[in-house]
Write a protein that binds this ligand. Structure first.
Ligand code: SF4
Length: 64
């Protein structure tokens, strides 16, 4: 299982992460980031890509 955490103090809701893993990260109708805090292991590559492209380095990924 993958644990996803976004530091909402850092996140500026740019949405780059949404393009990398759109099933995990979305912008809601108000343009605010919403995300799944847990994901299956097969989503690791895309979630790590999302963390890499985040300009604020706000995404933390842990695998348990
Ligand atoms: S790419 Fe980073 S700053 Fe942009 S919405 Fe995603 S977590 Fe927030």
């Amino acid at each position: 299982m993958i644990q996803v955490t976004v530091d909402m103090d850092k996140c500026q809701h740019y949405g780059q992460c949404c393009f990398e893993a759109e099933d995990i990260f979305q912008l809601d109708d108000d343009g605010k980031l919403v995300y799944q805090a847990q994901a299956s292991d097969d989503r690791l590559a895309d979630i790590e890509s999302a963390a890499d492209v985040c300009p604020m380095q706000a995404i933390t990924v842990e695998q348990s």
